[in-house]
Write a protein that binds this ligand. Structure first.
Ligand code: ADP
Length: 661
């Protein structure tokens, strides 16, 4: 077995690989950019080598520097993680030349599967079902419209070199086909330096189901069943699970057999994933093969009990697979949620900043957290905005979802915007619980984004109880200080009015064993909790049922977050409540005359000039952020008065770009 392994990656996946290597008794070498000098993966590894400035092109994507780091530290093998150089055949070749083992598949397999057009041709050859479409290159917007018409709308326009949901557009008509072609091509050029585009049929209401495979260098290929990754936003996975609630044994065996056939066709070795898109009638079509470890691999590890990184390392070292297909067992259910630094209330724009607070829930047999950050870490503009992966498992799907929901409630991040509330709302969503998934789930269920979740009657009771209890603790504390003098004892109030948005709840509260009895709008509940002032999360039981609610003090208010519902809550005495009703309401300034930058980024172009009339849907400007092109469009009719920024300007969030008459 190798004695030393270099991990050519950063963040959670670097940390995750280090953990397995360490368990196997292998020494680890981390590489890091200037931005990552204090990062967790650097601290965890036995050795670390600086490889250049923050931009990935000069560090994590520099083949030369990483090969040099491996050579200078005597690492015998390199694990590439995912992203960066993991599917770069040039990297595997360079390592090979330096006599270093690439922990991944053979170069030829990376090459053929890395290209969506080439891989579809090979899949068809191996007898794998593929999405109907046109595999020739699309040369112009007119060409795109013609091909799309032949295939029949809707179509999917894709970059052959694509990945991570980039360079991909759906088109339902000719205008969209033309615009989709141009923007997909621009994105492909800037993200992959390869602007080849192809078009295929768009499968409606699809599910994304993929098969994990393992192949050794001795001709053994097995599959580790499926993962369903249909909960996506902009074609990026958000929640993944294993097994899939849509797949039965016959379908699993058939898909698994096709995945294995494709792996054999390309002489695959290592861990890999064959992705399928599945229509409503359970017909499945090959999408692409990822020749690396996937972000969502932990759910497979949970249900199979295997360590995929360990398997990859053993295979790279020449070992035979120790398990055969018949030994692969699926036990229980696992669901993974990707926690991103992004703002769900602002159309999920990436957020950057310092993790002022980072308190994940406790890990146990059913809860796993893969992360590369800790409190104080910086989420920067240079890399992927994923903060952590939270994986929860259980005996069945409901149990896993319940565990995930509870763990999300207990996951506290402050300092950057994040999607924890949104993930919690997804996991609680009745349609998610039923398993009625499709890749359109988020677009259909949250067409206007997510801003704090709906306040159900049940949530209203829970939040009111917590708010009243918290206020009562403050009152008890005050009474213990200022009311300590004999004859001046302060009476601790037992009646509060709780305001949650438009809702108003009268409460009456009295001490009970381990907490309080609370009467809320006529109903009685018991809240047991040892919560103390200043603690960020109230853990306790409401009528015997466990609950965790995050509490932030905001001035005199509380901000409560629980099961995807986040609300600013005010708790006052009945008398103050009377006065509050008479207070004037502050008017919100009208910003609709301005186009503000919704995110930090680079203004790549402006499509209008002063005096120009615009109508809803017209393109106004294009802002590039985190390697994505974001088209800002007019929301209503107007006339441009003045431009406040120009192409090439770097924009702060909310910076004014265009002013209208
Ligand atoms: P990437 O390599 O960028 O991840 P994929 O080809 O794997 O791109 O597709 C990502 C997602 O885009 C899929 O999971 C699916 O949701 C959607 N998608 C891709 N192709 C199609 C298609 N032909 N019809 C419907 N949805 C598709």
């Amino acid at each position: 077995m190798f004695k030393k392994l270099l991990i050519a990656n950063r963040g959670e996946i670097a940390c995750r690989v280090i953990r397995s290597a360490r368990r196997m008794g292998i020494k680890t070498v981390a590489v890091y950019s200037e931005a990552d000098a204090g990062a967790l993966h650097v601290e965890m590894a036995d050795e670390a080598v600086a490889i250049g400035p923050a931009p990935a092109a000069q560090s994590y994507l520099s083949i030369e520097r990483i090969v040099a780091a491996a050579a200078s530290t005597g690492a015998e093998a390199v694990h590439p993680g995912y992203g960066f150089l993991s599917e770069n055949p040039g990297f595997a070749v360079a390592l090979d030349k330096a006599g270093i083992v690439f922990v991944g598949p053979p170069v030829a397999a990376i090459k053929s599967m890395g290209d969506k057009i080439a891989s579809k041709k090979l899949a068809a050859k191996a007898g794998v079902a593929t999405v109907p479409g046109h595999l020739g290159l699309v040369k112009s917007a007119e060409d795109a419209a013609r091909i799309a018409r032949d295939i029949g709308y809707p179509v999917m326009i894709k970059a052959s070199a694509g990945g991570g949901g980039k360079g991909m557009r759906i088109a339902c008509n000719e205008a969209e086909a033309k615009e989709g072609f141009s923007s997909a091509r621009n994105e492909a050029k800037s993200s992959f330096a390869d602007d080849r585009i192809f078009i295929e049929k768009y499968i409606e209401q699809p599910r994304h189901i993929e098969i994990q495979i393992l192949a050794d260098g001795h001709g053994n290929v097995i599959h580790l069943c499926e993962r369903e990754c249909s909960i996506q936003r902009r074609h990026q996975k958000v929640i993944e699970e294993a097994p899939s609630p849509f797949v039965d044994t016959a379908m699993r065996d058939a898909m698994g057999a096709q995945a294995v056939a494709l792996a054999r066709e390309v002489d695959y070795r290592s861990a890999g994933t064959v992705e399928f898109i599945v229509d409503r009638k359970r017909k499945y079509y090959f999408l692409e093969m990822n020749t690396r470890l996937q972000v969502e691999h932990p759910v497979t590890e949970f249900v199979t009990g295997l360590d995929l990184v360990e398997q990859m390392i053993r295979i790279a070292d020449g070992e035979k697979l120790s398990i055969a297909q018949k030994d692969v067992r699926i036990e229980g259910w696992a669901i993974e949620a990707r926690i991103y630094a992004e703002d769900p209330s602002r159309d999920f724009l990436p957020s950057i900043g310092r993790l002022v607070h980072y308190n994940p829930p406790e890990e146990d047999d059913c809860v796993r957290i893969d992360t590369g950050v800790r409190e104080g870490s910086e989420i920067g503009i240079h890399y992927d905005p994923m903060i952590a992966k939270l994986i929860a498992g259980g005996d069945d799907r409901q149990a896993a979802a319940d565990r995930l929901g509870a763990a999300l409630d207990a996951f506290r991040i402050r300092g950057v915007s994040h999607n924890i509330g949104f993930l919690a709302a997804l996991v609680e969503h009745p349609r998610f619980r039923e398993g009625a998934l499709s890749t359109n789930f988020i677009a259909e269920e949250y067409p206007d984004g997510f801003d704090g979740g709906d306040l159900s009657a049940d949530a209203l009771v829970r939040l009111s109880a917590v708010a009243a209890a918290a206020q009562r603790r403050y009152a008890e504390h005050e009474a213990s200080i200022t009311g300590a003098l004999p004859g001046h004892e302060m009476r601790v109030p037992d009646r509060f009015v709780v305001f949650i948005g438009e809702e108003r709840c009268e409460t009456r509260i009295s001490p009970a064993p381990g907490g309080y009895d609370i009467e809320i709008a006529g109903a009685d509940v018991r809240l047991e909790s040892a919560w103390q002032i200043g603690e960020p999360i109230l853990h306790g039981f409401l009528d015997g049922e466990a609950l965790s609610v995050q509490i932030d003090r905001v001035g005199v208010d509380f901000r409560l977050s629980h099961r995807g519902v986040a609300r600013l809550v005010r708790v006052v005495s009945p008398r103050t409540a009377e006065f509050t009703a008479r207070m004037p309401v502050k008017e919100v300034p009208d910003l609709s005359r301005y186009l503000l930058s919704p995110m930090p980024g680079l203004l790549s172009s402006l499509a209008v000039v002063p005096g120009q009339e615009v109508k809803p849907g017209d393109t106004l400007a294009v802002v590039e952020a985190m390697k994505m092109e974001n088209i800002l469009r007019a929301e209503r009719v107007g006339v441009v008065r003045e431009l406040h920024a120009g192409p090439g300007d770097s924009l702060a969030v909310d910076q004014m770009i265009i002013e209208f008459e």
